[in-house]
Design a protein around this ligand. Sequence first.
Ligand code: KIV
Ligand code: NA
Length: 266
Amino acid sequence: PKRVRVHHLREAKDRGDRLTMLTAYDYPTARIFDEAGIDLLLVGDSIGNAMHGKSTTLPVTVDELIVAVRAVSVACERALVIADLPFGSYEASPEQALATAVRMLKEGGANAVKFEGGKRVAPQVRALTNAGIPVVGHLGFTPQSENLLGGKRVQGRGDDAAERLSSDAVALQEAGAVAVVLEMVPAPLAAQVTEILRIPTIGIGAGPDCDGQVLVWLDMAGMGDWSPSFAKQFGQVGAALRAAAVAYADEVRSGSFPDRGHSFLQ
Ligand code: KIV
Ligand code: NA
């Protein structure tokens, strides 16, 4: 399959083709999503909540994320792999962001990085772009700022907040961002930002008018034990896995597995 490249993002927007993105944290699921034709795989810091049972993304480290980035990168033949920059690994300076992003590409094999914030991280976006590293922005509800934002809340409500979000999006674009994720933003504002920007918007809880969509894969596939109201379950992977485990345990306990067909007879 022909690899998804950064220039395809703008081309997709210009053609009106919607971009598909899912999170991935390991080799087997990334293989499945890549083969399914998902355009962009995000190794998100949501690995903290989704995969490691933490209550926020804040404790996720660069080292633990890189292990996941490497597994996802190895799995992908077509999808563009985007690595999140964890909390505390980019905010201080463009130099800090560059050092972390270089690790994501060099050790992790990622094609691009994503981090949270608008104008305040525009210098970081510029520095990475100058170094040849594509950057995806992330606005609206930004989980790493949950303490400051006062919880998991819709962002950009009201004229002032909407204006701030729009100008942050433009600042990211001007600094060289190749796309911007809009998380938990009112649909009309997401539509307006999508209209203003030349680069694609990728929505999550941001209504139907973004240029693309991203979900945490466990929420999309019915795998997690909690999922946000904006997510839709397109499968029941958790139930299927539980049924497989129960069936396995039943057969082991009853002695019907392993049978002769699943044994080395000599
Ligand atoms: O970490 C993540 O999964 C994300 C997406 C929800 C955009 O940042
Ligand atoms: Na994230």
